[in-house]
Design a protein around this ligand. Structure first.
Ligand code: HEC
Length: 282
């Protein structure tokens, strides 16, 4: 009976060591009784200028070494070594939009394990910053319109225009036009009116500081010339009666006896206006 119990107990003990050897000792890959198993399930996640590396802890490990490179095929011999780390580990100060490659070893007093399988992560693209302030803003007045132009700003997706008929326009007080591109024509404006503008550049992150203010005045249209009214009020104001006169006669009179007809309203008449006056003279 006693012998049978010993055999059973021996089987259990032998079985225990078999399980332990198969489950633990074999995973290191080199089979030594004191060797440290390699870290498993190493994952790397790229972030903003950093990579977060984690792995399943090895019970026998006292610490871990990371070996990294920016080209695949990293080894303990060619990789950059970071000693004495634990999981998870965040490697910071990295270049943006760059792939990094990693292997991990476990370390204890018996030495360093065989390296884990390689894993990789790519850092995020550089963050999008607010565009620079637009420069070179010019405004040109036309008939009921002003055409604005400005230099393209690096990083801008579109531009906002703010305008006012009072100088000192700001983002807060100006009338806003979004999604503008240069050149941009504002139409339907008041005649003979000064308009003031600032421009901002926009991208997915936000809006730039506003440009310097630019200004332009819309065209003042020439008053409609009423030949009959001018003839009655101005010409007959001096002549009382004049009779039908040709444009040539009127032009000659203005040129030769200009000093006597020296009203600026007469001497500044255009040839078209003189022709119109001749047509209504009586
Ligand atoms: C400031 C006064 C004055 C005004 C305004 C004036 N004239 Fe005269 N004009 C004169 C005088 C003075 C003469 C020379 C004397 C003359 O021949 O009656 C003259 C001469 C002329 C003559 C040459 C003489 C003739 O009878 O053919 C013509 C043509 C004429 N004017 C046309 C005009 C017309 C058209 C206007 C309006 C666009 C005009 N004038 C506005 C003062 C004026």
């Amino acid at each position: 009976m006693g012998l049978n119990k010993m055999n059973v107990l021996g089987s259990i003990i032998v079985g225990f060591f078999c399980i332990c050897f198969a489950g633990c000792g074999g995973s290191g890959g080199n089979g030594g009784a004191q060797s440290v198993p390699s870290p498993k399930t190493v994952t790397a996640v790229g972030g903003n200028g950093q990579v977060n590396i984690s792995w399943i802890q090895v019970p026998e490990a006292a610490s871990y070494n990371i070996y990294w490179a920016t080209v695949p095929g990293v080894t303990q011999a060619n990789g950059n070594k970071i000693s004495g780390v634990s999981t998870p580990y965040t490697q910071t100060g990295l270049a943006s939009n760059t792939a990094y490659y990693y292997i991990i070893t476990a370390v204890n007093s018996a030495g360093e394990s065989v390296a884990s399988a390689q894993t990789t992560a790519t850092t995020n693209p550089p963050p999008v910053v607010i565009p620079a302030t637009p420069t070179g803003v010019t405004a040109t007045g036309g008939t009921q319109q002003v055409t604005l132009s400005w230099f393209a700003t690096s990083g801008a997706i579109s531009y906002n225009i703010y305008y006012s008929i009072a100088s000192g326009v700001t983002i807060a007080n100006g009338t806003k036009i979004t999604g503008a591109t240069s050149p941009y024509a504002l139409i339907g404006l008041l005649d003979g009116t000064a308009y003031y503008y600032i421009i901002t550049a926009v991208n997915s992150t936000g809006e730039s500081v506003a440009s310097a203010q630019a200004s332009a005045t819309t065209v003042t249209p020439a008053p409609v010339f009423n030949a009959l009214s001018f003839y009655n009020s101005v010409c007959l104001g001096c002549h009382y009666t004049l009779g039908v006169r040709t444009a040539a006669q009127i032009t000659t009179a203005i040129a030769t006896i200009g000093p006597m007809m020296s009203k600026s309203s007469v001497t500044s008449l255009t040839s078209a206006q003189i022709a119109a006056i001749a047509a209504v003279s009586y």
